[in-house]
Write a protein that binds this ligand. Structure first.
Ligand code: LLP
Length: 432
């Protein structure tokens, strides 16, 4: 790297050089940030609360290299599909440290989960019990399971990523009256030699900053744990508190410590269990975004700039195909110019709005609606900060765009971990 350069660096690597070597758009992850997040979880959660577990929600970003990194950092993994499970297994992830979630699991998914010895399956529908039992009998094992419940709390986040509200498609309603889904499931599991119901799972929503939503949900869950004990003599040995911890959008803003969420929850859990004379269940959390979002940037090349009377469009060589999050949730991002990351925003014609847009054939293909960027020209590079979560994993090949490459960087070294799709890859399976 040229030492005179003022270019943006990520993980000690010049982003201009990354773009030249690997092309754009490009997902770049600083693995030292991922490791720091994992370390924080070990120190403030795993070591502090005996018996607790962290299972990284792979849906936020999963590749074989990520799976290996999570394993080497001593965390478990949460998967939700055959593809995620296969990715983890093919990277050698220990199956007993994997849990499988999902509200509509297929027989094939359950079969592979049981056969491969997945540690926990989170049951989301009463019918799953029979399927899990069938495969557990077939593969001669006792499958540990959880039941997911919807705590009935509306989380303060975008409606599309709130999951714990009443009427959610996820989980069982909380009632345990005669004839309820939950009672049926608990009693079914208790009778089965092939099912070992370890506890309860809930997930409030995603991109949460407000601990109140967690605590309100947890209060209801503790009531449930008490009722399950009193009415069905069921002991909740483990409690999965889900994920959802929020990630900030700019690296100059300090990240939200995970303790902000875990400390009040763990204190409430322990105090309430003590009050009710209940065994304190071992706690599990499933953060995805919080571990990966802030480690990732996406580098784009500006294709052209269109100055209109009310808006200036900076059109880049990617967009909603590699990051659909603005289109879906009006997610906020901030970008900088790679050649001058600290340059102040250029005030176009007295404050005209500047939007960074993609190359897909849709007006909703926006990356940043109100960007603050310096003077840019076609060919310049920009980097979208904190775009590590739910971008690669939600990317598509819309407009037959090729999925970008993924690079891991650390200490000035870059490593290609997923290749950019080739045109041949795009046609793979298309028999013509
Ligand atoms: N556990 C369960 C059961 C979940 O449903 C989710 C996320 C997580 C854990 C991890 O949540 P996180 O810690 O990453 O917030 N595509 C959306 C996010 C959807 C999240 C779905 N479930 C986005 O781009 O914002």
């Amino acid at each position: 790297m040229n030492s005179e350069s003022t270019n943006l660096t990520w993980g000690g690597v010049d982003c201009q050089e990354l773009a030249e070597e690997f092309g754009t758009p490009l997902y770049v992850y600083d693995t030292s940030i991922i490791k720091a997040r994992c370390r924080e979880l070990r120190e403030t959660f795993l070591e502090r609360w005996p018996g607790s577990k962290v299972r990284y929600a792979g849906k936020a970003f999963l590749t074989r290299s990520m799976s290996k990194l999570i394993q080497s950092e001593g965390l478990g993994l949460d998967v939700v599909s055959l593809g995620e499970l296969y990715t983890a297994l093919s990277a050698g992830f220990p199956p007993e440290e994997i849990e499988m979630n999902g509200n509509a699991k297929s027989r094939e998914e359950i079969s592979l989960a049981v056969r491969s010895g997945v540690g926990r399956i989170i049951v989301d529908h009463p019918d799953e019990l029979k399927t899990i039992e069938f495969f557990a009998r077939e593969f001669n094992r006792v499958q540990k399971i959880f039941i997911r419940v919807a705590p009935g709390v509306d989380a303060h986040t975008h409606a599309y990523i709130s999951t714990g509200q009443t009427g959610s498609k996820f989980g069982f309603p909380l009632e345990i009256s005669e004839g309820s889904m939950l009672r049926y499931a608990v009693e079914y599991a208790a009778r089965s030699e092939y099912l070992d119901l370890r506890g309860i799972h809930f997930h409030v929503g995603s991109q949460l900053f407000d601990t109140q939503d967690y605590l309100k949900s947890l209060e209801k869950i503790i009531e449930l744990i008490k009722d399950l004990k009193e009415q069905l003599n069921f002991t909740t040995h483990e409690l999965n508190l889900g994920g959802g911890f929020g990630a900030v959008i700019n690296p100059s803003v300090p990240h939200v410590p995970s303790e902000k969420f875990t400390e009040p929850m763990m204190k409430l859990l322990r105090a309430s269990c003590k009050d009710f004379g209940l065994e304190v269940p071992a706690a599990i959390i499933e953060p995805g975004r919080w571990i990966i979002s802030e480690a990732g940037i996406t580098i784009y090349r500006v294709e052209n700039i269109k100055e209109l009377p009310k808006v200036t469009y900076i059109a880049v060589d990617g967009g909603m195909a590699d990051n659909p999050r603005y289109a879906l949730y009006q997610a906020e991002y901030e970008a900088v110019a790679v050649k001058a990351p600290n340059a102040p925003a250029y005030d176009r014609d007295g404050g005209t709005k500047v939007s960074v847009v993609g190359k897909c054939c849709e007006s909703g293909d926006i990356l940043i609606e109100n960007a603050r960027l310096p003077w840019l020209e076609a060919g310049d590079l920009i980097a979208l900060y904190n775009s590590g979560a739910y971008t690669f994993s939600m990317s598509s090949t819309y407009n037959k765009l090729q999925r970008p490459a993924v690079v891991f960087v650390e200490d000035g070294e870059a490593r290609l971990v997923v290749e950019r799709q080739s045109l041949e890859d795009l046609l793979r399976g298309d028999r013509g």
